[in-house]
Design a protein around this ligand. Structure first.
Ligand code: ADP
Ligand code: MG
Length: 433
């Protein structure tokens, strides 16, 4: 049946432009089943809806010609299709080769996490164990985990590296518990035959008691053998709800690093790197236009790039500032108002005429401490950064310092006719611009 897919592909190649073929069809995987069910696997989620809307009908037409009847197309994401039980022996690393250190752009927002990841890849089990990476969605956690795994694999081909999402882990636990015979398979997979374990989106363990017990055992076993553990999470360990204390503390035994939203320069570099990888040359002004408007998340940047390519290709337009505006339209107005902690610190510093260095420094003079507290308060209310993250951002303070600053400003704001309340209102307006 896979032969049919290759003839279908040949057919498509003759009907669409080469760029369209490379962008949209080459990355597809397709399984044609006996009963006219056709499972199409796409590599990224932003592909999915766009592809369905624009090429879904075309694809099913072409397949119909080969199949002789109307296919039932079912689209799936690549990662989802790797569902599996607990194999006793066959080894699956779960790594994605495209996520490497080479394709990861380092900038101020991710420098620490990037360096730590390289450190771990160079000396697995030796330097930081576990490495705990946390960040909001779309900022490169999964990319970095695969990069660590791929790099270790490259240096030591015999190393048994295993990447799983926490969801897979939880499913495997459930399967083991419902079918006792699988206990050995589980043990082999996560402990005995595993030299490096990378578990993504570990926040998913929250509230799952049995999985927490199993993960605790796996953790202890691997840690005891000095095998590297890498965890990614959308929040700081302490902020994972319903997670046992003993796991919370173990997650912090090694090194905890976070990734912030990328600054403009990094966003431009990421855009250009991604574009180049797709043989698209983006001039500086265009990269600037996109990166100025799409700020919060690298996945959105990639989405913009995909949309831009699709637009150019479908309308056969040249890449100009104008075509970018037409292609990205609402993307360039929406989603552009998310604030970063750095911008808040900078804005508050300007407002009170103190320096960013003083804001992050230790001086307790009121003329500096007040702006610092105001900035902490605004950062807590206007971003989703946790107290520990804010402590980091404000010059490596303890999270309790930030907490008490925020509470203090809240108290002051409640008092009538307080200057601080006026300042905060004004600052919120400035930050909203
Ligand atoms: P997360 O796991 O934090 O939600 P991902 O690792 O899935 O985020 O990243 C989302 C997308 O953005 C991926 O395609 C990834 O390759 C890309 N990406 C994120 N950060 C970077 C970076 N610094 N350089 C290059 N690509 C990046
Ligand atoms: Mg991820």
């Amino acid at each position: 049946m896979s032969d049919m897919w290759s003839t279908v592909l040949d057919d498509i190649r003759n009907q669409v432009r080469p760029e369209a073929f490379n962008t949209w069809f080459r990355p597809l995987n397709c399984k044609i089943e006996e009963n006219d069910n056709v499972i199409v696997t796409v590599p990224e989620d932003f592909y999915l809806s766009w592809f369905q809307d624009n090429y879904g009908g075309f694809l099913s037409d072409v397949i119909r010609e080969h199949l002789g009847s109307m296919p039932n197309l079912e689209f799936k994401l690549l990662q989802e299709s790797s569902g599996r039980g607990v194999p006793a022996d066959s080894f699956e690393s779960g790594l994605e080769r495209k996520y490497t250190f080479d394709s990861f752009v380092a900038g101020d927002s991710n420098r620490f996490a990037h360096a730590a990841a390289m450190g771990v890849a160079n000396n697995p089990g030796d330097s930081y164990n576990p490495l705990f990476i946390y960040a909001k969605v779309g900022l490169g956690k999964t990319h970095l985990m695969h990069a660590i795994g791929c790099e270790i694999q490259k240096r030591k081909p015999e190393a048994r590296v295993r990447y799983v999402t926490c969801e897979t882990f939880v499913n495997d636990v459930v399967q083991m518990l419902t079918d006792g015979r699988n206990a050995d398979g589980f043990r082999t997979m996560y402990r005995d035959s595993c030299d490096v374990l990378l578990v993504d989106d570990i926040q998913f363990l929250g509230g799952k008691e049995k999985s927490q017990i199993e993960f605790f055992n796996v953790f202890n076993a691997l840690y005891g053998m000095r095998k590297q553990i890498v965890l990614a999470c959308d929040r700081y360990p302490r902020d994972i709800p319903q997670l046992e204390q003993r796991l919370q503390s173990r997650f912090q035994w090694g090194l905890v690093v976070d990734i912030d939203q990328p600054d403009l320069e990094t966003r431009i570099a990421i855009l250009q790197t991604k574009a180049r990888a797709q043989q698209l040359d983006i001039p500086q002004d265009v990269a600037m236009l996109i990166a100025t408007h799409i700020k919060s998340n690298v996945r959105e940047l990639e989405g913009a790039l995909t949309r831009l390519r699709a637009y150019l290709e479908l309308t056969k337009s040249e890449l100009t500032m104008e075509s970018v505006r037409l292609a990205l339209g609402n993307l360039l107005v929406e989603g552009n108002n998310r604030l970063t902690v750095e911008r808040i610190i900078q804005t508050v510093a300007n407002y009170y005429s103190v320096s960013v260095k003083e804001m992050k420094g230790t001086a307790r003079k009121r003329s500096i401490a007040t702006p610092r507290h105001v900035a902490m308060y605004l950062a807590k209310t206007l971003t989703e950064a946790s107290y520990p993250t804010l402590g980091e951002r404000f010059g490596g303070r303890d999270h309790t310092t930030v907490l008490s600053a925020v509470q203090k400003i809240e108290r002051l704001c409640r008092a009538d006719q307080n200057e601080i309340a006026v300042d905060i209102e004004r600052l919120s307006e400035i930050l909203d611009e």
